[in-house]
Design a protein around this ligand. Sequence first.
Ligand SMILES: Cc1ncc(COP(=O)(O)O)c(C=O)c1O
Length: 404
Amino acid sequence: MALDLRSDFPILEREVNGHPLIYLDNAATTQRPERVIEAVSRFYRELNANVHRGIHYLSREASELYEGAHEALAQFINADFREVVFTSNTTDSLNMIAWGWALRNVAEGDRIVTTVMEHHSNMLPWRTVAELRGAEVVYADVDDEGMPLMKQLESLIDERTRLVAISGMSNVTGAIPDVGRVVRAAHQVGAVAVLDGAQMVPHMPVDVRQLGVDFLAFSGHKMLGPTGTGVLYGRLDLLEEMTPPRPGGGTIRDVTLEGVDWASLPWRHEGGTPNIAGAIGLAEAARYLMDVGMEAVREHEKELTRRGLEMLSSIDGVILYGPKDVERRGGIIAFNIEGMDPHMVGALLDSRGIAVRTGLHCAHPLHRRLGAEEGTVRASFYLYNTLEEVKVLAEALREIASLA
Ligand SMILES: Cc1ncc(COP(=O)(O)O)c(C=O)c1O
């Protein structure tokens, strides 16, 4: 059954360029429900204090909420509270793994395996570590639908491999690779499996125990939470052995001039005053999503995507990217109109109140591989989008395509 949650999201009342806003840029960032806005605003109005540092009432109250936020996120991905480190976004989380774990554990001659599908945030941190360590980064190719070639990926994972990094859902094609298979291949050679969950975690049920991943990174702002929030999940023993990548205030039990006794997990990895209001808002977002149910979110988006693909593929001149089967893709449709610059298409949609993303979406190698060097137009759905909106998009594209 289709979800009907629009009244929870105040911004969806807006008009843009004289049209009701149709917000289809959810892969970039999502909108926030009243509950999240209220949680953040209440923190500043009634509770504001620093955490972990004071004995005064407000500080204790803020600390409790901040710790409770970790509990909520742990529940959301079925992790232990100590395995949930708050960061500022996915990019930050992946860099934490790079600087805290990989820099120590990747040596000269070692290998990091990833794919051509990745967002730059799941490529560049590994490249930097490899450069510093004299290791190599190798990439599994994708097929013409943008799906990583699993056999090739498995053959690249050899005994030199220390880390395998893959996205759970492409931010361009929506492709959902078989993460379980990647994890098994990584573990067979003793490598750690890193999952970039920026697009996956907000849109489908994710259970870190079931997936067996060692690290998982995701962003709060892509799952109805505030900007400047993100999560690094790490297996307990890995977070224990990881060098705190943000050493400083809040990360220690004791410091002498000779040494450091690090704080317990997860605090040792959260250096400095954290984004307290953001964390509280993110927890509210996770609770909201759990109330809706992640299965329901996935089903809703699958239906929008299936119908969207049907409608768009019937328009002359529309080129679609990504898997045809909605079981193997998320609610992201990247496309082009033959003979038209993607930015032009985006601007024409904007003039009708339809917000989409245009360009290379921080995935330049993937666009090159797909033969879309000039970029793509990307419509991405979330739980508040409706079939009616997808129809309006398709009608607008039919008109725009007739201009080409
Ligand atoms: C697959 C993927 N990975 C990583 C990121 C980076 O996320 P953030 O900008 O929140 O750090 C994004 C953002 O679009 C993404 O889609």
